[in-house]
Design a protein around this ligand. Structure first.
Ligand SMILES: *Cc1c(COP(=O)(O)O)cnc(C)c1O
Length: 427
């Protein structure tokens, strides 16, 4: 029988993990099981989950209703091709998504992962302008500090520095960047910023198919919160300059910022919207690109067809568990509980502000961020959190919490205390 150490050694030899070196891999911890907000390691330690497994496991692990959705579906069929065939779980999911989504988004393209849903959105925008007699509109504008995924087109609209464009400079389409929106959810709108966006649109609108942005919170690019009014203004500029507006709600969708979608903080809708991550309650990989009729019908003009069709499009198990997750959000009144999580995060993370190496503490919805004045060493910091019985994975200068929505105040305190203790021991 293999010991825990044997497995860890094999893992190091055989497997790539996200963003790691094969010669100097970061430590990885072997998981035996997970339930509710707890992850149990093979070594017996139980960790309180502060990450929702990259922001996806919103209802917690091993949820009876989500388990049942998959078990029920697998006995009917696990998967059928989506070309020529369709099924109730996909149809019901599309209906539910359209019902909860910002106004006007009525057509749903299902795909396997967030990055792919972004590729789909970008392709749709290009195809739309093509059928409308503007084949030269094939580029995108986007703010710096964005993150939209790791595939090529998605990467081309990620922050050029964080996204390491230098490595791929010859292979990436060059896009048009504006500054990141000025921070502060409640900070007054800075007109100079909007002028910068307009200047870019004015100069390049002839080649711009779309403007892509994470609404209200820029996530992996720096956990930056900004005033939703910018989005209202950018919507107007997009209309003025014939540019489609694409919102990437992959991280913010399904309640994370305190509303069903971050877009619900504004008074406008985008033309296209990507969702993923929490769509299935973190059970299976599934994403969707929603569009309004203008885009969907426009692409279909003159016998146009949209040129994309993943093998596992509309996987029935993934759709079933997504339906169950959306039902839970509704039946358990999940969104209304998030303001409570926000106040717990505020109350317990606040004292980190007293630490000399902490630059900023900010919370919105079920997101709590402690920004340090210098980057952490991930290899060193990760085991310290495990020792404290919490699962927190910082990146760069950011130690943050995105707990599952079933978290209690006591556990938020435990997570926040761990951040305070670990941050206060950093040099
Ligand atoms: C995670 C993420 C993606 C990429 O999704 P994957 O499922 O990892 O491909 C895209 N956009 C945003 C905002 C994300 O947070």
């Amino acid at each position: 029988m293999k010991s825990i150490n044997d497995y860890i050694e094999l893992d190091k030899q055989l497997l790539w993990h996200p963003y790691t070196s094969m010669t100097n891999p970061a430590p990885h911890f072997l998981v035996d099981s997970a339930s509710g907000y707890e992850i149990t390691l093979a070594t017996g330690e139980i960790l309180v989950d502060g990450m929702s497994s990259w922001w996806s496991v919103i209802h917690g692990y091993n949820h009876p209703k989500l388990n049942q959705a998959i078990k029920g579906q697998v006995d009917d069929f696990a998967h059928v091709m989506f070309g020529g065939l369709t099924h109730r779980p996909a149809i019901e999911l599309a209906e539910k998504l359209v019902n909860v989504s910002p106004q006007g988004l009525q057509r749903v393209f299902l795909s396997d992962s967030g990055s792919v849903s972004v590729e789909v959105a970008l392709k749709m925008a290009i195809q739309y302008w093509n059928t409308q007699g503007h084949p030269e509109k094939q580029h995108f504008a986007t703010p710096r500090s964005g993150y939209h995924g790791d595939t090529f087109a998605a990467m081309s609209v990620c922050d050029p520095v964080n996204g390491m464009h230098g490595l791929f400079s010859k292979a990436l389409t060059s896009q048009h960047f504006v500054s990141a929106p000025p921070t502060g959810f409640n900070a007054p709108v800075n007109e100079t910023y909007l002028e910068e966006v307009e200047t870019l649109f004015k100069q390049h609108h002839e080649v711009l198919a779309g403007f892509i942005i994470e609404p209200v919170v820029q996530n992996a690019g720096g956990m930056r919160f900004y005033n939703p009014r910018y989005l209202d203004e950018i919507r107007a500029l997009c209309d003025q300059y014939n540019i489609l507006l694409i919102f990437d709600e992959i991280a913010t969708g399904f309640g994370r910022t305190g509303k069903m979608f971050a877009t619900d903080h504004c008074s406008i809708s985008p033309d296209l919207m990507c969702v993923g991550k929490a769509l299935t309650g973190g059970y299976m990989t599934l994403a969707a690109t929603l569009t309004n009729d203008r885009v969907a019908m426009g692409i279909s003009d003159n016998d146009g067809v949209f040129m994309h069709g993943p093998t596992f499009m509309g996987n029935a198990m993934a759709c079933s568990v997504a339906n169950a997750s959306l039902e839970l959000i509704e039946s358990d009144n999940v969104i209304s509980k998030i303001s409570q999580i926000e106040s717990w995060l505020n109350n317990h993370l606040n004292r980190c502000e007293t630490l000399p190496n902490v630059k900023d503490v900010r919370c919105i919805g079920a997101i709590g961020v402690v920004e340090l004045d210098s980057p952490v060493n991930q290899h060193e910091i990760q085991p310290k959190f495990v020792e404290k019985g919490v699962w927190i994975r910082p990146f760069g200068k950011l130690i943050y919490l995105m707990p599952p929505y079933i978290i209690t105040e006591q556990e938020i305190k435990k997570l926040s205390d761990a951040i305070f203790d670990v941050a206060s021991q950093l040099n």
